[in-house]
Design a protein around this ligand. Structure first.
Ligand code: PMP
Length: 391
């Protein structure tokens, strides 16, 4: 008997397949240099150190069992200490909640903070993983553009003056994905002041903060107001395979997230959380390791920016790449990056067109370039191929 399948939930109409994921399938060809992926470099991940920590974890009681929904207590204690240093105040263990990568924190927070139709403010261009989640939650999304100093807080101010009242503002304050920029200290303070004055939450999504190249990023937005929920992650400094992210949030938020996490997956993995604990607690080792990643990425970023500027000159404007994993570049001569992509792939180089990150359209002349997984010489070859394709 053939009957049509029953329908899926109507709210899913707002979801689009990720252009980036669709594109990744095309860039799997070995001869294509992919600046599209957005992955940290697996070669730099601490395989041997992870193996030791995994072995130690497996000998510990409780590691094969379910763990507490807010995370393994010793991991939360280590994270509370790290976050206290970061935020310049004592962060209590009760304020720290471990999630399955920071992506799960975004997803659980969307459920905790949004009623259907609630307004969410995001940055434009946006982190698409956040956009997906907020759209799935049925939010009304309004975009505020980025400039070299991060989110245009003046545009947010205008929105608020027009009577818009967001449930929360999502910001990637450090080394933006995809925009490459870092929010200035003055803008952070202003954003926090607006959040306090108008009573909305800020989700400060910070997986890249530790990956600075020349100098650390300014103090987090969360240092300026209590209604900022700070997200961070072990994905970019150790490995995404751990799926260890964390949130620092006031008690009522943590309690609501805990209830939803129980429904989502009961708890995270005691095994990977114990591994993460050992590595995050070993400060001397971790500092050395993160330094190695910073140095490698910093060198690659500079090589990519240098190649782009010397090859394209005034025809292309790109960010300085002061940290993180991405350079954002705009053609100034009207070159359409969606149309350029098939020619670039044929020439053996891949990137993500700006349109993939646009909230309301636009960015036709822009692209995101990820420099983490290619050495300096390969990046120079990639830029040569791009120039050949762009004509
Ligand atoms: N936020 C941003 C801005 C990201 O770029 C990413 C990863 N690409 C995440 C959150 C999620 O990272 P994870 O779940 O691995 O911690």
């Amino acid at each position: 008997m053939t009957a049509p399948l029953p329908p899926l939930a109507g709210k899913l109409a707002a979801l689009r397949s990720s252009a980036i994921r669709d594109l990744l399938k095309l860039t799997a060809r070995a001869e294509v240099i992919s600046l599209a992926g957005g992955l940290p470099d697996a070669e730099l991940m601490p395989r041997e150190r992870l193996a030791v920590a995994a072995d130690n974890a497996l000998r510990r009681a409780g590691v094969l069992q379910y763990t507490e929904s807010p995370g393994w207590a010793p991991l939360r204690a280590v994270l509370a200490e790290r976050e206290s240093a970061r935020l310049g105040r004592t962060v209590e263990v009760a304020e720290v909640f471990v999630t399955h990568g920071s992506q799960q924190a975004l997803s659980l927070l969307a459920e905790v903070l949004l009623d259907p139709g609630a307004l969410v403010v995001v940055e434009d261009p946006a982190y698409v993983g956040a956009l997906q989640v907020f759209r799935a939650a049925g939010a009304r999304i309004v975009a505020v553009p980025l400039d070299a100093e991060g989110m245009r807080v003046d545009v947010l101010k205008e929105l608020l003056a027009r009577g818009e009242r967001p449930a929360f503002v999502h910001t990637v304050s450090n080394f933006h994905n995809p925009g490459g920029v870092t929010q200035s200290a003055a803008r952070r303070r202003e954003l926090a002041e607006l959040a306090a004055a108008y009573g909305f939450w800020v989700i400060e999504d910070d997986p890249y903060g530790e990956l600075w190249f020349d100098r650390p990023a300014p103090a987090p937005v969360a240092t300026y107001a209590p209604n900022v929920i700070r997200l961070s992650s072990a994905s970019k400094i150790i490995s995404p395979t751990l799926r260890v992210g964390w949130m620092v949030a006031p008690d009522p938020v943590c309690r609501a997230v805990e209830l939803l996490k129980q429904g989502a997956d009961l708890c995270g993995s005691a095994f990977t959380q114990q591994i993460a604990t050992e590595l995050l607690a070993d400060e001397t080792w971790l500092n050395g390791h993160v330094d190695t990643v910073r140095n490698a990425y910093g060198e690659r970023a500079k090589a990519l920016v240098h190649a782009l500027r010397t090859t394209f000159g005034d025809r292309l404007r790109c960010t300085d790449a002061t940290g993180g994993m991405f350079v954002w570049a705009d053609f100034t001569d009207g070159t359409d990056t969606d149309l350029l992509l098939p020619r670039a792939l044929a020439a053996g180089v891949a990137y993500v067109p700006g349109s993939a990150f646009a909230v309301d359209g636009g960015y036709e002349n822009s692209m995101r370039l990820c420099f983490t997984t290619s050495d300096a010489a390969t990046l120079a070859t990639a830029v040569d191929r791009l120039a050949g394709a762009a004509g």
